[in-house]
Each structure stands twice: as structure tokens, then as C-alpha cells.
Design a protein around this ligand. Structure first.
Ligand code: PRT
Length: 87
């Protein structure tokens, strides 16, 4: 189990050390356009799960959306602080 902040720290470390086999490293290399498409795709899956699937599936899709948003944040160099100041 990890929090949003802990995941962001983990992905930041992946971006820094670029370990082989990391999907995050691959997603970062794909660029902002591809990262944005993934956000949209996962958002659609969240919507569908909310209407038609179980609470567990919905939670899983939401976790994937949060991951994709964080990859996009890293792709653009946006930090948690940049976002949190608007909450
Ligand atoms: N939380 C996630 C996470 N959520 C979603 N995903 C990726 O998103 C995919 C699911 O999204 P899709 O619906 O697009 O699935 P897909 O179309 O079958 O997958 P692709 O072909 O697009 O890769 C998963 O198979 C993962 O590749 C994640 N990948 C990694 N993490 C976490 O990020 C951290 C770093 O991961 P690595 O960079 O892979 O080491 C670890 O803690 C992981 O648990």
C-alpha cells in the first residue's frame, strides 16, 4: 500500500536512475503527447468502471489514472507542490 506522494517519490526516483525494465522510464521516453493520451484513456476507463463495474475494479482504474497523471506531471516537470497549491 502506498500514498499518492509516495508513488510520486518512487516515480521521480525511476526518472532519475532510469532502471532497465521500468514501464515508467518507457512512458517518460514516449513524451508528453503519449503521456496525455494515456491519461485520457485511463479517465475513460474510470468512467466506464464507475457506471458498469464493481467498486474494486473502479478503485483499480482510479489507481491507474493517478499513475498516468503522475507520469504526465514528471514528463512536464510539474511537482506535487505545484499542484497542491491549487487544492
Ligand atoms: N501504479 C503503477 C501503474 N498503474 C498502471 N501502470 C501501467 O499501466 C498499465 C495499465 O494501463 P493500460 O490500461 O494502458 O494497460 P495496457 O494497455 O495493457 O498496458 P500498456 O500496453 O499500455 O503498457 C499497466 O500494465 C502498467 O504498465 C502502472 N505502472 C506502474 N505503477 C507503479 O509505478 C511504480 C514504478 O513502476 P515501473 O516504472 O514499472 O518500475 C511501481 O510502484 C508500480 O507499481
Amino acid at each position: 500500500m502506498k500514498t499518492f506522494d509516495e508513488l510520486y517519490a518512487e516515480l521521480t526516483e525511476r526518472a532519475r536512475t532510469r532502471p532497465e525494465g521500468s514501464g515508467t522510464v518507457e512512458a517518460l521516453a514516449a513524451g508528453v503527447h503519449a503521456q496525455g493520451k494515456k491519461v485520457l484513456e485511463e479517465a475513460g476507463e474510470v468512467w466506464i468502471a464507475a457506471e458498469h463495474e464493481s467498486d474494486e475494479r473502479l478503485a483499480e482504474e482510479i489507481s491507474q489514472l493517478l499513475y498516468r497523471v503522475q507520469v504526465l506531471m514528471l514528463g512536464r516537470g510539474v511537482t506535487l507542490e505545484d499542484v497542491y497549491r491549487y487544492l
